[in-house]
Design a protein around this ligand. Structure first.
Ligand code: IPE
Ligand code: IPE
Ligand code: MG
Length: 228
């Protein structure tokens, strides 16, 4: 049987803090290491033929953390945008961000917009960064857009168009660091996604681990409520 490659993989990149703690390092170094993992995994996913990669980088609840950690995460995302630009262009990656605008600094929003613009015609993998993202916030924001347009009726298909980005639902959701929860990630889009949870902390996740997740996905029988 030929291996099925998920069109869209979504990853909850969890465990940076615990990775750092286990090595006696500050949490922020875990986040820095996590950014390196993302670079590796993006390349590998693209080589494996994945068309969309969504990664959860900062949730609407992560503002609850200490200011120093939040600031470090903001700074890290800004640096990522700056440092990865060349690499993304070279690999024809289309960069998009899903999340709330409120709370994010003008400077960072501008950097995001610029990179979205320069990569918009790239025809390789789509890298969707969920940043200041919450699944409930996304649904509420969509409903508010619909109300503003005075729409009277909505279908599942038309509703999807009001989400932050109109991309296909993920076939596979991966969560690292062994937690069995969704933490407000893609609530609408994961209705029939397959889940894969690994104990590896995100900085330790690697190409082989992604291949294992894809192998596991290939063993699943997806029924979508029907009978096989
Ligand atoms: C994931 O790692 C990255 C973010 C949530 C920003 P964590 O920072 O949640 O790491 P743990 O879960 O505390 O180990
Ligand atoms: C989810 O991880 C958010 C990101 C990976 C960005 P958290 O670490 O914030 O989730 P909880 O608090 O363990 O549920
Ligand atoms: Mg965590």
């Amino acid at each position: 049987m030929e291996l099925k490659i998920p069109n869209h993989i979504a990853i909850i990149m969890d465990g940076n803090g615990r990775w750092a703690k286990s090595k006696g390092l500050p949490r922020t170094l875990g986040h820095r290491e996590g950014a390196k993992t993302l670079r590796k995994i993006l390349t590998h996913a693209s080589q494996r033929g994945v068309k969309f990669l969504t990664v959860y980088a900062f949730s609407t609840e992560n503002w609850k953390r200490e200011k120093t950690e939040v600031d470090a995460l903001m700074f890290l995302f800004k640096s990522y945008i700056k440092n990865e630009r060349k690499n993304l262009m070279k690999n024809k990656v289309k960069f998009i961000v899903s999340g709330r605008v409120e709370g994010v600094s003008e400077g960072l929003l501008k950097e995001i917009k610029d990179l979205e613009k320069v990569t918009e015609n790239n025809e390789g993998i789509v890298l969707n960064i969920a940043f200041n993202y919450g699944g409930r916030a996304e649904i509420v924001d969509a409903i508010n857009k619909i109300i503003k347009e005075d729409k009277e009726e909505i279908t599942e298909e038309s509703f999807s168009k009001y989400l932050y980005n109109d991309i296909p639902d993920p076939e596979l959701v991966i969560r690292t660091s062994g937690e069995f929860r969704v933490s407000n990630f893609l609530l609408w889009q994961i209705a029939y996604s397959e889940f894969y949870i690994t104990n590896l902390y995100w900085p330790d996740f690697n190409e082989e681990a992604l291949d294992e997740a894809i192998d596991s996905y290939n063993k699943r029988e997806r029924r979508f409520g029907g009978i096989k």
